[in-house]
Design a binder for this molecule. Structure first.
Ligand SMILES: Cc1cc2nc3c(=O)[nH]c(=O)nc-3n(C[C@H](O)[C@H](O)[C@H](O)COP(=O)(O)OP(=O)(O)OC[C@H]3O[C@@H](n4cnc5c(N)ncnc54)[C@H](O)[C@@H]3O)c2cc1C
Length: 287
């Protein structure tokens, strides 16, 4: 099916893009980044915006760099760029491990991290990775800029706290210091959305866990933070006892459902196994 008719704009600055968004009633104009989610949704006529504001010609939004203790991921940073970035290893390993597991090379060539977060698919991989690293989403509107903690950003299936008149300009990740992380994803075949995904990011201090981040994919109405599991790890060595307890708690916190990819019970058990496996990998990396 073809999308419904829409006007197309290709602004060259964020200010111009915001001005165009402001001309339309709330939700009638949509930002177009990689188009990997928006275009299919429009072709299925689940969305019929009056206007698309294509941000791909805006300079300066493709920065992927560390800057004064913060990792900055610009709104036009593609999955592919993350997959190939040497920066996204070690302390940012959960991000580097997630990138190549997203769909296939065609989607990764165009799709953006920010677009993925704005789309807020509970089966999206970036949401969990960003929960694990406690990222902030930076949004600009005609009224100025605000920084939204990822926990306050992801509200539900395909729902975020982003306003229709706002544009994400970048995602910021605080430098965690001595840290390691990974992302594990169970998929029916290469390129599929997750049956289950688990993002783990651990910061260590003096031989014990300073802060743990655990995000779960495809086992709830949105990407979920496994908060009890994170707390169970705090101030403890990352040993077998701590890992097994955290894995059990993460499985308890998951909210899986039966679907074509598996039963709720199967997915809950996968969360347990993947959380333990990811934490063991992190423990080895950080030893
Ligand atoms: C076949 C297929 C398989 C896929 N498999 C996976 C997978 O395994 N894992 C996974 O995580 N994802 C997967 N995806 C989704 C993919 O990652 C998309 O690229 C991503 O969800 C959206 O990014 P985008 O840049 O294409 O955004 P777009 O499609 O351009 O936009 C998506 C939404 O975000 C909004 N938006 C985009 N950028 C901004 C911004 N800067 N500010 C405000 N709003 C913005 C748009 O208005 C729209 O509502 C898949 C997609 C396809 C087509």
């Amino acid at each position: 099916m073809y999308p419904a008719r829409f006007e197309y704009f290709a602004p060259t600055s964020v200010d111009e893009a915001l001005e165009i968004l402001g001309r339309y009633d709330e939700g009638d104009a949509k930002v177009l980044a990689g188009g990997m989610s928006l275009i299919p949704v429009m072709k299925l006529r689940f969305a019929a915006p009056q206007a698309l504001v294509d941000i791909n010609r805006i300079g300066g939004l493709d920065t992927l760099a560390e800057d004064k203790g913060t990792l900055r991921i610009g709104a036009l940073v593609r999955h592919k760029t993350c997959e190939r970035s040497e920066l996204l290893s070690g302390k940012y390993g959960v991000l580097g491990d997630a990138a190549p597991l997203i769909s296939d090379p065609i989607v990764r060539n165009l799709g953006t991290v920010a677009g993925s977060l704005a789309h807020a698919d509970p089966q999206g991989d970036w949401g969990s990775a960003m929960l694990a690293v406690r990222a902030e989403v930076v949004a600009r509107s005609a009224d100025g800029e605000r920084s939204i903690p990822i926990d306050d950003f992801l509200l539900g299936p395909f729902a975020t706290s982003l306003r229709p008149t706002e544009i994400i300009t970048e995602v910021r990740v605080p430098d965690p210091g001595r840290a390691a992380g990974t992302y594990l994803k169970l998929e029916r075949k290469v390129g599929d959305f997750a049956t289950v995904g688990v993002a783990v990011h651990v910061t260590m201090a003096n031989g014990t866990v300073d802060q743990a981040g655990i995000g779960l994919t495809a086992v709830g109405p949105t990407n979920l933070r496994a908060e009890a599991a994170e707390h169970a790890l705090a101030d403890r060595p990352l040993d077998d006892d701590a890992i097994d307890e955290a894995a059990r708690l993460a499985a308890d916190e998951a909210q899986p459902y039966d679907d074509a990819r598996g039963t709720a019970e199967y997915k809950r058990n996968t969360v347990r196994v993947f959380t333990a496996r990811a934490l063991r990998k992190v423990a080895e990396a950080i030893a």
